[in-house]
Ligand binder design. Structure first.
Ligand code: S3P
Length: 421
């Protein structure tokens, strides 16, 4: 996977999926490069609470999981705590749907305000019994069992919804077809195909047929593009030099950031491509650029959904007014990211407004100063930390520790990105 640059931690989405599919395999699996951070520790710990043998998750060693077949869980003695991780909670509901016992799920304050009906409704349609707080939130209880096949037209383009329903199909032994308004990230589909599961894609409809079993597997998880994006953005804001990030997954359903950056007058150079676990990867290079404003269309959002705060911060240093259309989903992420991006930019002296599902940011080259309210949201903390590196910037984060949700070594890597080459 190349050499010389900064190596970001493993992809969060792929780590969750690989851990869960390893649990459903029929034997011993080994995963190199898995993300060892708050969210993926939540997945490892709920799998353990459900009786799966999951080894320690550490930054420098492979994790070992012993799968127990397509319905590997035993009834838990504790409430399953998904902590801050929406992907853990939603994908887990899917996995539990095919298991004939009752389980309770909860999460931290942030996760308890996030919508679960988008998963619960189709899972009920399949035959699972689910009761959620206010009909839509954690804590929730699920009793799974015999499931019916599902054809579902999801009103949101969400990889979490799509993946949860495919996982329900695996544990329930039934076919699942999901149509979404726009393509969301396809990591589950790639991994399932690699494991020999039949996956059929027709436009934005994806069908997964239940396999007889999943063979144990072994592989290396690529670095997380969303984590790399912060360092690359810091490279764009630098006065000179370059930032090289190696070992990064470049699945096109994730790389909308680079496409938008190109319209803003910059470029992320791609070097030395490779494949791992069915995913393309490469070394990425960013150099200083003069940025101009752009418009991001609603159909582009799924491929950059986690990079909107970062792109908004870059738009704050671009010439002109940038508009992000169809970004309403950001209101139900780890925080109301849309409101907080606008509020924090405005507090630092940038003209930024969030209205309904649109965000407008007018760039400035004035030095930006102020205290950033992160609401404990890792992506807000990292986006504003990068913006704070722009010339004359003095942005302070109210909670820097929250970066450990997805990128524990972020600040060390950011310093390297600002000082190397
Ligand atoms: C994820 C999908 C996205 C993304 C989240 C991780 C996943 O959420 O924002 O960080 O791993 O499936 P949605 O599917 O809700 O858009």
């Amino acid at each position: 996977m190349g050499g010389g640059g900064i190596r970001v931690p493993g992809d969060k989405s792929i780590t969750h999926r690989a851990l869960m599919l390893a649990a459903l395999s029929s034997g011993r699996c080994r995963l190199g490069g898995a993300l060892a951070a708050g969210d993926t520790r939540a997945t490892a710990s709920v799998l353990r609470a459900l009786g799966v043998t999951v080894g320690p998750l550490g930054a420098d060693r492979a994790i070992r999981i012993t799968g127990g077949g397509l319905r590997p869980f035993r009834a838990p003695h504790v409430t399953l705590d998904c902590r801050n991780s929406g992907t853990t909670a939603r994908l887990l509901l899917g996995l539990l749907a095919g298991h004939a016992f009752e389980a309770s799920l909860t999460g931290d304050r942030s996760l308890r305000r996030r919508p679960m009906a988008r998963i619960a409704e189709p899972l009920r349609r399949m035959g699972a019994e689910i009761t959620a707080s206010d009909g839509d939130r954690l804590p929730a209880r699920i009793r799974g069992g015999a499931l019916k096949p599902l054809v579902w037209d999801s009103p949101v383009a969400s990889a979490q919804v799509k993946t949860a329903l495919f996982f329900a199909g695996l544990t329930g032994g039934v076919r699942v077809t999901v149509t979404e308004p726009f393509h969301s990230r396809d990591h589950a589909e790639r991994l399932l195909r690699l494991l020999g599961v039949h996956v059929d894609v027709d436009g934005t409809a994806t069908r997964v047929d239940p396999p007889e079993s999943i063979a144990p597997f072994d592989g290396d998880i690529p670095g997380d593009y969303s984590s790399a994006a912060y360092l690359l953005a810091a490279g764009l804001l630098r006065r000179s030099g370059e930032v090289v990030v190696e070992g990064v997954g470049i699945n096109p359903t994730r790389t909308g950031f680079a496409r938008v950056i190109e319209r803003m007058g910059a470029r992320i150079e791609v070097q030395g491509r490779w494949m791992s676990l069915g995913e393309p990867g490469a070394t990425l290079v960013a150099r200083p650029a003069r940025l101009r404003s752009t418009e991001v269309r609603a159909d582009e959002v799924p491929a950059l959904v986690d990079e909107v705060p970062l792109l908004a911060c870059l738009a704050a240093r671009a010439e002109g007014t940038s508009v992000f259309h169809g970004v309403g989903e950001l209101r139900v992420k780890e925080s109301d990211r849309l409101a907080l991006v606008a509020k924090n930019l405005a507090a630092a002296g940038v003209d930024a407004v969030a209205e309904a599902d649109t965000l407008r940011v007018t760039g400035t080259d004035r030095p930006l100063r102020g205290l950033v309210e992160t609401a404990g949201d890792h992506r807000l903390a990292m986006a504003f930390a990068v913006l704070g590196t722009a010339p004359g910037g003095e942005l302070e984060l109210d909670d820097a520790g929250c970066v450990a949700i997805s990128y524990p070594g972020f600040f060390q890597d950011l310093v390297r990105a600002l000082t190397d080459a």
